[in-house]
Design a protein around this ligand. Sequence first.
Ligand code: PLP
Length: 387
Amino acid sequence: MLSKLDPIPLAVPVVGAAEARNLQACIESTFVSSVGPFTTQFEAMVAAATGAPRGVATSAGTTGLHAALMTAGVGRDDLVIVPSFTFIASANAIAHCGAHPWFMDVDPATWLLDLGQVADELVRNTSRNGDGWLIHHPTGRRVAAMMPVYTLGTLLDFERQRELAQRFRFPVVADAAAALGARSRGRPLADGADLSVISFNGNKIVTSGGGGMVVGNDEDLLERVRHLTTTARTSADYTFDCVGYNYRITNLQAAVGCAQMERLAEFITAKRSVRRRYSEAFSDLSGVGSFPGLDDECSTCWLSGIVVWDSTRPQPANAAELLRQLGIEARTFWKPAHLQAPYAGSPRADLSVTEDLWARILTLPCSTSLTDAQQDRVIDAVRTVYI
Ligand SMILES: *Cc1c(COP(=O)(O)O)cnc(C)c1O
């Protein structure tokens, strides 16, 4: 049993007997590597949950993003539109293609890619060359794709996203790392972009220890992702048709993932409940706001916490330290990608929302196993800091 002062972690996976049973069965079958029935089942379960005809499981969300971008045609020296307000892996997957991020800002109300700004930047800074490619004037590079990020598991408006992509004629690869189970006005995740990529890292909505999944509606595209991520082999006699990648998930990981998928709805309900309780508990604190996306099926409410709008209140880094002393793990949030060393020279639009927002965010414990009693302890502690 947890004593009153046991530390409360930020976000831990909830795994147990079902995962252990699947792992045991996986080992007894000896199919522990890159082929096996759990992988097939995991792909089918995630496809069903996202409305896709099939899913392609990968070794990580990052490798899934890399493969999805390559499949969408992103190559050396290209530009890919992406919000700077994201986990570094989004930009890294672009760089792994030999391409470069073109950083855009987010909407302050949703923390999602500001599509108005994207359209504006495209109109002002690009034109089509003789080959029909969209060329970014300041760098001379081709704009090859757009990568919206479903921040905190919140979907971007599918209609607007698609309209913009059609208007400027580029593919959309969505970073849907934490959005598994979210729906946009009744439409499932796979409808949002040409390819969408989910992560099963330990802190995401469901976990397979590590892993990713590429989903979409175009079976030919998905088949190309599968080909590229399984060494691009064309026949059993060791014939390969391009430089492929060993990005396959293992049957061991998929065994854990299958057990987790049974609990997807339960996990999302728990995430939303945590978010709701924090929002209600802190609604009276001055200068402190809550995370966007509450009570909406378009968000999984992946992480929860507070936003410190008033600069005279304790700042997130200081508050995190005070909370740590009370046995509560709280953290500051993603430092934007354009402020990271590898992307210091990447082209960017005005990023004033991102630059203002990121340092105001404090994430609080939000595991799906968080009990009301534990959450009350967090709430009391936060209130002592901000009252
Ligand atoms: C977790 C995450 C990733 C990377 O997923 P991995 O499975 O850890 O490679 C990419 N983008 C975002 C927004 C994430 O949160």
